[in-house]
Write a protein that binds this ligand. Structure first.
Ligand SMILES: Nc1nc2c(c(=O)[nH]1)N[C@H]1C(S)=C(S)[C@@H](COP(=O)(O)O)O[C@H]1N2
Ligand SMILES: [Mo]
Length: 368
């Protein structure tokens, strides 16, 4: 019997076992996270930014590559890379986080890329503002959404597809939304979307379509797989669920001291120590960060770096701690201007999306 896509493709599922499966391990080995010590950099060096790739990384010849812009526009157009580079150019520093960050700690565990907390990174993206390209094409007044198609192709829960996501027109027209051809001042690396990707500051990673080859303006909301099946917040498989959009507030600590190789438990010596970390939010900005050194029983304000003009990037915070011998659990908690903060335990959803539960870092302080 010939195999069918439904047979080779895993169903959506959640898992009660503690141990992760070989399939989850294969995903984790392909899609690495940021080593948490790299939270020290304002801009994550190339190679330390996290990666999430649903299918295969396409190999694209930049000389052959074209971007098609069409649909509900008066002047459909085709752009080569050189054409895009002649248009106005802009650089935006953006903290990007995968919507599935934290998924592996949920119980039952949604079976997918098993992130702990490390699916985040900050890059300086350079490209042409999307709205310049849309303006050149002339968007029809009846338009409501714009759909972006990548050059990668695969199958997900039995559905063969190109990776596609849409944005409401109002989001697509924001001045900081880019068609980016550079990351940290260099051409995009293959794994980050060479030669062109969408960058949507403030949104979870799935919106930032890589290996972009087609932009289509639509009269109706897009109902493709990555919009209406994947990336929805649902507790039951058959509910429609709310769409995943903006990044929830989160703070992460640079794990202090030095690690045990296998357990990653941190080791510090007694005495004064400055702890540092990063906090971000894709909606209203983080206004306050607190740190706990007693497993979340009590919280004290951390020093949050002043705004530096990079509205869409994480901010550094520091906290002075006097380590006493013994075992400690350290945590940080971000709160936005609008009062959004982080939960101790995460509200569960089947995809494990938009998780921003407070991080817990075990620290062993040696005897004096
Ligand atoms: N074409 C395409 N774009 C994509 C993806 C993909 O698999 N294919 N993954 C998305 C997801 S889920 C995330 S979190 C980000 C990750 O971007 P990065 O690998 O550059 O960090 O890319 C997004 N864009
Ligand atoms: Mo993601």
């Amino acid at each position: 019997m010939d195999p069918t896509l439904a047979e080779i493709s895993l169903p959506g599922r959640v898992e009660d076992t503690d141990g992760i499966s070989a399939e989850e391990l294969a995903l984790a080995a392909r899609n690495h996270g940021i080593p948490l010590e790299a939270l020290r950099y304002d801009v994550t060096p190339l190679g330390l930014h996290y990666l999430l790739i649903h299918y295969d990384i396409p190999v694209i010849d930049p000389a052959e590559w074209r971007l098609e812009v069409g649909g509900l526009v008066s002047r459909p157009a085709t752009f080569g890379l050189a054409d895009l580079k002649e248009l106005p150019r802009r650089t935006v520093r953006v903290t990007m986080e995968c919507a599935g960050n934290g998924r592996a700690r949920l119980a039952p565990r949604p079976v997918s890329q098993p992130w702990l907390v490390e699916a985040v990174g900050t890059a300086e993206w350079t490209g042409v503002p999307l709205r310049e390209v849309l303006a050149a094409a002339g968007v029809d007044p009846g338009a409501v959404e714009v759909v972006f198609t990548g050059a990668d192709h695969g199958v997900e829960r039995g559905v063969e597809q190109d990776y596609q996501r849409s944005l409401p027109l109002s989001e697509a027209m924001r001045e900081e939304v880019l068609l980016a051809y550079e990351m940290n001042g260099a051409p995009l690396a293959p794994q980050h979307g060479f030669p062109l990707r969408l960058v949507v500051p403030g949104w979870y990673g799935m919106a930032h379509v890589k290996w972009l080859r087609d932009i289509e303006v639509l009269r109706e909301p897009f109902t493709g797989y990555q919009q209406s099946v994947a990336y929805r917040l649902r507790r039951q498989p058959d509910e429609p669920g709310d769409p995943v959009t903006r990044i929830s507030p989160r703070a992460l600590l640079v794990p202090p001291g030095f690690p045990d190789f296998m357990s990653r438990t941190r080791v510090v010596r007694p005495g004064p120590l400055t702890i540092e970390g990063r906090a971000w939010s894709g909606g209203d900005a983080v206004e306050r960060v607190e740190v706990s050194v007693d497993g979340g029983r009590s919280w004290s304000p951390a020093v949050l770096a002043a705004p530096d003009g990079h509205r869409w990037a994480w901010r550094r915070f520091t906290f002075d701690w006097h380590a006493e011998p013994g075992m400690h659990v350290l945590s940080a908690r971000a709160t936005t201007a609008g009062g959004l903060s982080q939960p101790e335990t995460q509200a569960w959803n089947r995809g494990g999306f938009a998780n921003n539960a407070i991080q817990r870092v075990a620290v062993a302080c040696l005897g004096a």
